[in-house]
Design a protein around this ligand. Sequence first.
Ligand code: SF4
Length: 256
Amino acid sequence: MTKPAKTPKLDTVGAEAVDAARAALLELVPEHDVGEHLGREAQADKVVTHFFDCTQRGYRGWRWSVTVARAPRQKVVTVDEVVLLPGPEAILAPEWLPWRERIRPGDLSPGDLLPSEEDDLRLAPAYTAADEEVDEAELKRVSDELGLGRPQVLSLDGRELAAERWYAGSHGPDTELARSAPASCASCGFLVKMAGPLGRLFGVCANAFANDDGRVVSFDHGCGAHSEARLGRRNLPQPLPEPALDTMRWEELETF
Ligand code: SF4
């Protein structure tokens, strides 16, 4: 277990050197940009940082930080550094994220390219010859010969990730639509079976009137457009009354 870092003791001389810290700050910064003294903090033994409000426009919550230090057995401090730092209330730019991590499903526009990474776990070479280096043309030739037609295929990781995502999403069992369905997709005539391992759990909905038409659905998903859905008695249309025929003509009416 690592020992918690010891908080340094606040040096009295350094803590009282507010005027010296302000004077050092004013040598670098115009007076109208410096506000009140906000506090002090011990940085190390005999090293103290003083904070002053920054009144520059656009720097709300930022503070000037002036660090002073005192040599052993000395009664005066010297200035170490003067910097502008964000305080707890400062408005800061959001943390930078690489562009790849910012992309969300649906962000791609026509013409955009999103190449997969070299070591993308979701993909595996369709064919590799042991540990030997295989050049791309050779790989394509071999995969064409084997009838795979693609240099890379979905890896086991890629398949598991897809299955987890699909199952947990809006085409899995845990949705309002599925919970209120009369039966599950597994027994629906509109379900198209998929080949391969993913076909053990998923199929494609081919009902033009279903919300999931053309989408992958899990066998335990479902919806009200199930092929065997029937209307219950209370959902049937109300019977219409017998039609009433009005046979009276205008001439007959005039005789009254
Ligand atoms: S119509 Fe509904 S129940 Fe049938 S496959 Fe499509 S989503 Fe599943």
